[in-house]
Every structure is written in C-alpha cells, then in structure tokens.
Write a protein of this length. Structure first.
Length: 188
C-alpha cells in the first residue's frame, strides 16, 4: 500500500470515528419533502423530441428519442384506446427494475411508505391514469452516493389529464435514501 493512500485512509477513518463519537450518523441522508409538478407528452404525438418519460430520482423529463436516455427513466406516457397510460420500461422492452404500484384511495400526502409487496408493482403492462389517483414508483437501478447499486422509491399524483392532446400533469416526490421505501423524511 502506498504511503499517500494510507494517509488518506487513516484520515477518512478518523473523520468517521469523530462523527460517530458525536452521535451523528455519517451515512444518514438529511432531506425534506419537496413535491413538484411535471408535464409529459404521449409517445404517439406527432412532434419529435417532446419529453414522454420521467426519471423520478433526478426529477427530470426524458426525451425517449434521445440517445442519452438509454433506459435511464422510470415510466413513459402513452395513449391507448383514447386513454392515457403509464408504461414501465419493461413494457417497452427495456431491461429495468422500475415499476408502478397504483394506490387507490390513498392521498398523495398520506402515502408515507411504498409497498413492500413486490407483486403490487406493475412492470410489464400499461398502468391507466386518472385525475386524483396516487401511485408509488420503484425506480430503475442506479449508483448511490457510496457507489452501491440502489433502487429508490417515489410517489406521484395525477393533477390533470388531456387525453385528446396526449398531455399529463402530475405532482411527484422521491426519497433520496438508497433502497428505502420511506416516502417522507425521518422525524427523529
């Protein structure tokens, strides 16, 4: 082991011990709820380069035609039989763990934890959307803060639908905690 690496390692261990001795968890992620709205456009619209998919953790709309999208999204909007539906990546042949769990009768603010039952997440079929409905979303796998592979969980609520125009407006929020189904920050 070279000398420089050993010094850096000892310094890091010292910082970790100091933080732990003070009662702070150095791996705890401090965050607060921060719901935002986003607009997506159905994939069957005539215009190209309109965002029709969404990445929950990055809070960004994705243009599926873009080479940079490469499966880095959690659901897409499509129009089927005159209605708008959300499509998980696997429904479009993209390898992904992303899934959507409809949460009937649960308000956005009352959804505090994503379901633990993995069978509740729809991964290969269209998910119909209706105004006022809330959904839990399991994201595609991605690298966490410390290099590990993580799945994140978020929630969304349909605010407005215009099926005739292929437009969806929704409110969303996502936990930044790796593999945690908690959808609200800890209070302790």
């Amino acid at each position: 082991m070279n000398r420089r690496f050993a010094v850096i390692l000892l310094f890091g261990v010292g910082l970790l011990l100091t933080a732990t001795a003070c009662g702070d968890d150095p791996f705890r992620i401090e965050w607060s709820e921060n719901p935002a709205e986003a607009t997506l456009y159905a994939m069957d619209r005539q215009e190209l380069n309109r965002p029709s998919a969404f990445d929950m953790l990055q809070r960004r709309r994705v243009v599926l035609e873009s080479p940079q999208s490469q499966g880095r999204w959690d659901f897409a909007l499509d129009r089927q039989g005159g209605s708008l539906v959300l499509l998980p990546p696997q429904a479009l042949g993209v390898t992904s763990r992303a899934g959507i769990a409809p949460m009937p009768g649960v308000a956005f603010d009352d959804l505090r934890e994503a379901p633990s039952d993995t069978t509740r997440y729809i991964t290969r079929e269209p998910v119909p959307v209706q105004v006022g409905n809330t959904y839990a979303v399991r994201t595609h796998e991605q690298r966490g803060r410390f290099g590990q592979i993580c799945t994140y969980y978020g929630k969304l609520e349909v605010v407005s639908l215009r099926p005739e125009d292929g437009v969806l407006i929704f409110r969303h929020d996502t936990s930044p905690e790796c593999n945690s189904r908690r959808l609200v920050p800890r209070n302790d």
